[in-house]
Write a protein that binds this ligand. Sequence first.
Ligand SMILES: Cc1ncc(COP(=O)(O)O)c(C=O)c1O
Length: 391
Amino acid sequence: MMKSFKNEDKEYIANTYARFDLEISHGKGAYVYDINGREYIDLASGIAANTLGMADDEWVEAVHAQLKKCQHTSNLYYSEPCVRLAEILCKRTGAKKVFFGNSGAEANECAIKVARLWGTENKGEEYYNIITLKNSFHGRTITTLAATGQDVFHKYFTPLTQGFLYGEANNLESIEALLKENKCCAVMMELVQGEGGVLALNRDFVLGVSELCQKYNVLLVLDEVQTGNGRSGELYAYQCYGIEPDVVSTAKGLGGGLPIGACMMFEKTKDTLKPSLHGSTFGGNPIACASAVHILNRIDDKLLNEVKEKSAYIFNTLNGADGIESVSGLGLMIGIKTTGDVSVILQKCMEKGILPIKAKNKLRLLPALNIPMELLVKAVEIIKQVASENK
Ligand SMILES: Cc1ncc(COP(=O)(O)O)c(C=O)c1O
């Protein structure tokens, strides 16, 4: 038993998070334990960050090995872990260059800078507008908030960065109208709107946007902060659609629980960033990169197939179940609309020893990609039971 620390948390930590009443002590794989030693099946993996769950033995070893060698160098010198990571990312995606930051918001900031730079160089300075989607989420910095197409996030922080236009998800005409009427350099979107309620975009819409980007000579920028790194069942979700993006940002699961973000630039954008135009003290940090190299090497075809199988199991088991209105998402990024109050259902799930989270008015599952099937089965049964008892 550990001593409770939640009162000190309330006293000293900025009051920005509505925390659940659960004090986490440690974990192993898909299990986490609270300070009283109570065991839970983790269905959120640190909001899609702990790709291989908690304290995976081989991952710990890979991170330790780097920690003992060199924890940080600065970007004034060459350092191998970030090169190896960039090489793997390029070889597995077709990207040509990578910039590393420390979070999803930073990866998107870089993507936005790349889009504007590309616009200036290829179309003219006035082509700075970026179309994003209503109900999107791209981060918490002032610029990524501006990119986020939800008014609720904008309140109190205006004036935001200018130059973002909001199109409708799954409505190609709305995107084309914006492209026609404004001087744009890019369309930027999540393929599954995660924070927006785990809504996967329609395939035809995704393919259509990709074509519109060609037609209007603007970049296709994909925010794969949450969908990336195996979560969709492919390494990056765009690989499910057979499209060719110009920029892909990612973070979360890339570091397996350590902070890292990456902005990948493809053929059209590979030479956009030039000396002194962007930078980050910790970007490309050796520990985070060694961690990410290990994570990517573990996300092989076998694990990706497991993700698809587990996803199919969840969809098949919960679709049409008593108290469940709908199941949405892709891979192991799943939203469950219950007929009963989602907050009540979530609370009951926690009482029964499983830890889903919420997205808008849905229950959200983002388990570790390697969660053992028997734990997933157990957790899904609990969700089914709780949804049915509280419909
Ligand atoms: C799609 C998407 N983009 C960007 C972000 C911001 O990432 P971070 O919190 O690492 O800055 C998130 C976080 O939830 C996200 O889901």
